[in-house]
Design a protein around this ligand. Structure first.
Ligand SMILES: [Zn+2]
Ligand SMILES: [Zn+2]
Length: 253
C-alpha cells in the first residue's frame, strides 16, 4: 500500500521519502464536508477508546464502534454509513415503524417493499454498484406532501450519500398505465423529492424522451448510460462527493 499524505494534514507525514503528497483532503474530510458535518461532531459519536484513531482516520470504509445519540446500544459501522444514513439498528427499526416521525428528505428502509423486480433494474443496480457504493438498507424517502396516500416515495435506486435518486423508465414498464398519467405522476414524484433536497436522474430507454433536468436517453440500458448517470451525479453534487463513493476508493480503505 502506498503511503499518502493529504492536504488536510491527515495520512502520512508529507515530505518524508516514499510518501506521496496529494493536493486534496482525505476521503473522510471530503465526506465530512459533503455531509456538512465536522470531525469533532464525528468524534463525539464514536466510543471514547476509539476517538484517537478516528481523529486521524482517512478511510471512509473504516469500521468503528459508535454511541447512538438516542441512547441505544453501541454498534459498529463504517464512517461512511454513520455520516450518510441511519446506522444504529434500533434507530433504523424505529424509523421503519409505522407512524414514527420521520424527517423530510430522510432515506429509510420500508420493510417488505419490492426492490429490483425487473431484470433491467437489477442490472442497473449491479452496474451502478460496480462504480459507486450503494446503500442497500434504504428504499424509501420521506417527503413533505402526500403521494398516493403516503408521505414517502420509493424510487428505483437511492444514493442517500448524494441525495440522488435514479429512476429507470421504459415504455414496457409503464405499458399498463396511460403514458400521460405516468408522466404526470413521475413529475409529481420528482417535485416531491426536490422539495426535500433530493435530485432525480432518469434513465429514459426504449424511445422515451428526455424528462426532467437530468435525463439519460438511451435505447437500452448500457454501460455508457450508467457512466453518464455517474457523471450527472458529479454534476449535481460535485466530483469530490462522487469520488468519495467510488468503489475503488472504498475497497482501498
Ligand atoms: Zn483529512
Ligand atoms: Zn439508535
Amino acid at each position: 500500500m502506498v503511503a499518502v499524505s493529504f492536504a488536510c494534514g491527515h495520512g502520512e507525514q508529507a515530505g518524508v521519502p516514499g510518501v506521496v503528497s496529494l493536493r486534496r483532503p482525505c476521503p473522510v474530510c471530503m465526506l465530512l464536508h459533503e455531509t456538512q458535518r465536522s470531525r469533532s461532531e464525528l468524534l463525539g459519536r464514536v466510543a471514547p477508546p476509539e476517538r484517537r484513531a478516528l481523529a486521524g482516520e482517512t478511510r471512509v470504509g473504516a469500521r468503528y464502534t459508535w454511541r447512538c445519540a438516542r441512547g441505544h446500544d453501541r454498534y459498529t459501522a463504517t464512517v461512511l454509513d454513520v455520516l450518510t444514513g441511519p446506522s444504529c439498528a434500533k434507530c433504523m427499526a424505529n424509523a421503519a415503524a409505522p407512524g414514527a416521525a420521520r424527517e423530510a428528505g430522510m432515506a429509510f428502509m420500508k420493510p417488505g417493499l419490492r426492490v429490483g423486480t425487473s431484470m433491467t433494474e437489477q442490472r442497473l443496480r449491479m452496474l451502478l454498484g460496480e462504480r459507486i457504493r450503494l446503500h442497500h438498507r434504504v428504499n424509501a424517502v420521506r417527503i413533505r406532501r402526500m403521494f398516493y396516500g403516503k408521505q414517502e416515495v420509493w424510487p428505483d435506486i437511492l444514493v442517500p450519500q448524494l441525495r440522488v435518486a435514479v429512476e429507470y423508465d421504459d415504455p414496457g414498464r409503464s405499458r399498463r398505465a396511460h403514458l400521460g398519467l405516468k408522466e404526470a405522476s413521475d413529475l409529481e414524484k420528482d417535485d416531491a423529492l426536490r422539495e426535500v433536497g433530493w435530485e432525480v436522474i432518469r434513465i429514459r430507454a426504449g424511445g422515451l424522451e428526455s424528462f426532467g433536468p437530468y435525463s439519460v436517453v438511451c435505447r437500452t440500458l448500457t454501460v455508457e448510460a450508467v457512466d453518464e448517470v455517474v457523471r450527472l451525479m458529479a454534476e449535481i453534487r460535485g466530483q469530490a462527493a462522487v469520488d468519495a463513493l467510488r468503489v475503488d476508493a472504498a475497497s482501498a480503505s
